[in-house]
Design a protein around this ligand. Structure first.
Ligand code: AHR
Length: 512
């Protein structure tokens, strides 16, 4: 949590961090990824067996550079196979001998799915990366029987048909897939089998019951909308219930463990509005956490059942007009987008009390920090804040306070202006298990550098490490040939004032 005092023009800003005030543990799953059969994410991203540059490809056909990049981020969990793709995906098409797998028309992004890459390939890729899989059921053309068969295929140790099919396909041990989503954006008019909230809630609850009967160890994720909609309110009310009958008599379990929400932000025309737009997600999380509590209160869910958390399993900067999904959504991110992503990540850290998982959409090529080309990868502007957060903003959130002027203009969406404070300096701070404090300050101001004393910076040993992300202008982008935005590193003795330059992100780290 970070608190804010609004100053008038000309008053001296200040910043305090309280490393001894640990607020809550951060669930590392907030640094999750997402890979969908869409554009060049899977084919050409994760899997690229026909790339002429053989050195880049391993014996499974996976891109080694992508695996290395995922490892560098230490990505804890990756969602698959979509997204909208899930609504017509039949997992059985993607297992067994590759030459027998059917080529099928794909209705989410209007392409052809070869099914060369499927469940076993994804599991292998996760093992290579050292990450956990998170799978999403087909709530469009799929059946409950198919969903149960998928769970059995992935997780069962019994002598049963689908567990044996997995063995036949070369995998003796179960994959133990823990996270499963009950559909994706089933409220959306673009979905095959768009549903009403009433129909969805009924179906999700019944599927959840059957799936937990088969495997009580899975974590089930309900399909929400933005976190601040009547859909979220309704499906939470109907599905976050206390029904010991469905739970085999347990008073500590829950059919629904998490609630998924999605938000993409963007404001093409104004870099400041664009950078502040993720504050809408902060309010969405707060509202959604309230709706979870409301459902529990109204349904008499006892405290012995752990509070459901938010699974923010799609987030990023994306303007679908600028980078349409049907064309592969290859966004080119500029400095303003980089700072927006930094604010997105500050939001997740500040609200980590409520967020059990968050997945950047997506991990490779499609609206992504990472772009592959024939001979390597290009790191977009948004890669750099993602890297710094993934590396350092783990452990515990600690208190911080900023006093500065506020951005007073219009916001995108416009309701942020009334619902949220918009300090020019957006702040979060953490302390890890080794006592290293990390403080992130994003200065969205287009003209002003802020030179400030930071109270609470007392390095026990060594000096303060300083990581700066900025660029010559709001609209600079990185390309295969030129990196305009990266990380500049320096050191500071922690004494006196330090500068937070205009349109920048600064991370300070020191041993406490
Ligand atoms: O991430 C791209 C798409 O955005 C996903 O498939 C869908 O869930 C969302 O609308």
């Amino acid at each position: 949590m970070s608190t804010f005092t609004k100053l008038s023009a000309g008053e001296q800003p200040s910043l305090s961090v309280y490393p001894r005030h640990k607020l809550n543990k951060i669930n590392e799953n907030i640094y999750g990824g997402f890979t969908e059969h869409m554009g060049r994410c899977i084919y050409g991203g994760l899997y690229d067996p026909t790339n002429p540059n053989k050195e880049l490809i391993d014996s499974n056909g996976f891109r080694k550079d992508v695996i290395e990049a995922m490892k560098e981020l230490n990505v804890p969990v990756v969602r698959y196979p979509g997204g909208n793709f899930c609504a017509t995906y039949h997992w059985m098409d993607g297992v067994g001998p590759k030459e027998q797998r059917p080529r099928k028309p794909e209705l989410a992004w209007l392409g052809v799915e070869t099914n060369e890459f499927g469940t076993d390939e994804f599991m292998k890729w996760c093992e290579a990366v050292g990450t956990e899989p998170y799978l999403c059921f087909n709530f469009g053309t799929g059946t409950l029987d198919e969903a149960l068969a998928w769970v059995e295929y992935c997780n069962s140790t019994q002598d049963t048909y689908y567990a044996n099919l997995r063995r036949k396909n070369g995998r003796e041990e179960p994959y133990n897939v823990k996270y499963w989503a009950l559909g994706n954006e089933t409220w959306g008019p673009w979905q095959v089998e768009q549903m009403t909230k009433e129909d969805y809630a009924k179906k999700a609850y019944q599927w959840a019951k059957a799936i937990k009967l088969l495997d009580p160890n899975v974590v089930l994720i309900l399909c929400g909308e933005t976190g601040h909609s009547s859909w979220d309110h309704h499906v939470l009310k109907e599905c976050v219930r206390f029904d010991t009958h469905s739970l085999g008599g347990s008073t500590t379990a829950s059919l629904i463990d998490m609630h998924s929400i999605h938000i993409y932000t963007a404001c093409n025309k104004d870099p400041v509005k664009n950078a502040f737009a993720p504050l809408s997600a902060e309010r969405a999380i707060e509202i959604c956490a309230g709706l979870i509590d409301l459902a529990r209160i109204e349904n008499g869910v006892p405290a012995s059942v752990p509070r459901q958390t938010i699974c923010f399993d799609e987030w990023n900067v994306w303007d679908p007009m600028r980078a349409p999904g049907e064309s592969g959504a290859e966004e080119k991110y500029n400095l303003s987008d980089g700072l927006a992503v930094a604010i997105w990540l500050n939001v997740f850290v500040r609200q980590s009390k409520y967020v059990g998982m968050a997945n950047i959409a997506q991990s490779v090529n499609v609206i992504s920090p990472l772009m592959t080309h024939k001979d390597g990868i290009m790191k977009q502007t948004i890669w750099w804040p993602v890297l710094l957060f993934c590396k350092y903003m783990r452990g515990w959130v600690v208190g911080s306070h900023v006093s500065c002027e506020e951005y007073g203009g219009a916001t995108e969406p416009q309701w942020i202006q009334a619902a949220k404070e918009t300090p020019w300096l957006d702040v979060s701070a953490t302390i890890n298990d080794d006592g290293v404090v990390s403080l992130v300050v994003i200065n969205v101001n287009p003209e002003k550098d802020f030179e400030i004393e930071v109270e609470g910076v007392q390095p026990k040993a060594g000096s303060v490490k300083r990581h700066l992300i900025t660029g010559k202008s709001w609209d600079v982008i990185n390309t295969n040939d030129k990196q305009e935005v990266g990380i500049e590193e320096s050191e500071w003795d922690g004494k006196g004032k330090t500068v937070f330059p205009k349109r920048s992100m600064v991370m300070l780290r020191w041993q406490s």
